[in-house]
Design a protein around this ligand. Structure first.
Ligand code: MRU
Length: 354
């Protein structure tokens, strides 16, 4: 079953109903597979902030569609007014989450289209933005397929992969990044077993990765994050595969908190550590990961997870949502263009020329 995480639903032919964003509400999984239909930019912002839609590529697509939805119901008086509203929406959506660069990449791409479309009549302008956000979605789906094909070359029949957070179909348009090679390898009749870290505090591994792998018939075993070292020592793990939220020019990679620890553990156990991400996740304007902004989340996410108090009221907390894995701990970065080996300083730059 292929789950389409987020889509643009165009307006009706007679323009009676404006276009809308349709997305899986990921906060309800694994209990319910429910789709939200969103018709205003504030709700898109909230969906990104509250992780109803999450995962770097998916929030980029959501942001692009958020810009589009912001102008759908506006009167078609002048394109100038629509242009200002769309640019304002882009600036607003940029405040929703700070770490995944895909969000800013998608908004920049929409800004480019907005500025280049000023001569279009208002209705055409609206359609142009809708088409661009659908293209961003479709390109993401194609990039994930390609990542899957390249990444599957790293997997043999019988391999066991450990993954963290959710870098599957739910984190992208469809298919995923870190999980894509597992889907491709499975379709090639390779048996792949996956250990999924539960991924405290919001349990993307338990709620989302375990769910989507089971839906796809992949052999998955759920573990708590603090079991990874023991599992690496006592079981055979052939590879760690994770996604990314932002990759700097030297290969330093921001991903869900806990990823850095896994990379250290993988090194200690001689296990290859692969990062899988589309080129929309590269931020070559940053020379190193030290400059990647790290989101801090509300204390309640670790003291009152899912509504149950698990820490004393008033306790001090620190809750970074991401960490940065040094490029030196990464065996290879797999993107839609192929498998990049160290030194990433050189291989990532040369990617720009392809
Ligand atoms: O806070 P989240 O759930 O948005 O964090 C997501 C991750 O860290 C993913 O691993 C990353 O975005 C890659 S998704 C293909």
């Amino acid at each position: 079953m292929i789950i389409r995480t987020i889509e643009w639903s165009p307006d009706t032919p007679a323009h009676l109903t404006p276009g809308s964003v349709v997305m899986v509400d990921q906060t309800l999984l694994p209990g319910e597979l429910t789709y939200l239909r969103i018709r205003d930019v504030q709700s898109v912002w909230r969906a990104i902030q509250t992780l109803q839609v999450r995962g770097a590529p998916a929030i980029g697509i959501a942001a692009a569609m958020g810009v589009t939805v912001a102008i759908q119901a506006l009167p078609e008086t002048t394109t100038g007014e629509l242009t200002s509203a769309a640019l304002q929406a882009a600036d607003y959506l940029a405040t929703s989450r700070p770490t995944a660069v895909n969000l800013f990449w998608a908004l920049d791409r929409m800004r480019g289209v907005i500025r280049a479309s000023g001569a279009l009549p208002p209705h055409e302008f609206k359609n142009r933005l809708a088409r661009e956000s659908m293209t961003i979605r479709d390109e993401d789906a194609a990039m994930c397929r390609a990542i899957g094909r390249h990444g599957a070359e790293l997997l043999r029949d019988g391999d066991t992969v450990l993954t963290h957070c959710n870098a599957g179909g739910l984190a992208t348009a469809e298919y995923g990044t870190a999980l894509a090679p597992i889907y491709v390898a499975t379709s090639q009749n390779k048996h792949i077993h996956v250990y999924a870290d539960e991924t405290r505090p919001l349990l993307q591994g338990a709620r989302l990765t375990a769910w989507e792998l089971m839906q796809a018939g992949v052999d998955v075993t759920l573990i708590c994050d603090n079991m990874a070292a023991h599992v690496m020592k006592t079981k055979t793990i052939n590879a760690v595969m994770v996604g990314a939220d932002r990759i700097a020019a030297n290969g330093d990679t921001a991903n869900k908190i806990g990823t850095y620890g896994l990379a250290v553990l993988a090194k200690a156990h001689g296990i290859p550590f692969y990062v899988l991400a589309p080129s929309s996740t590269f931020d070559l304007s940053l020379d190193s990961g030290a400059r990647i902004p790290i989101e801090e989340r509300a204390a309640e996410e670790i003291t009152m997870g899912f509504g149950k108090r698990t820490a004393p009221e008033g306790v001090k907390t620190y809750s970074p949502a991401f960490d940065v894995t040094p490029g030196g701990l990464i065996t290879a970065i797999v993107c839609e263009k192929g498998i990049l080996a160290p030194p990433f300083q050189t291989t990532l730059q040369s990617l720009l020329l392809i």
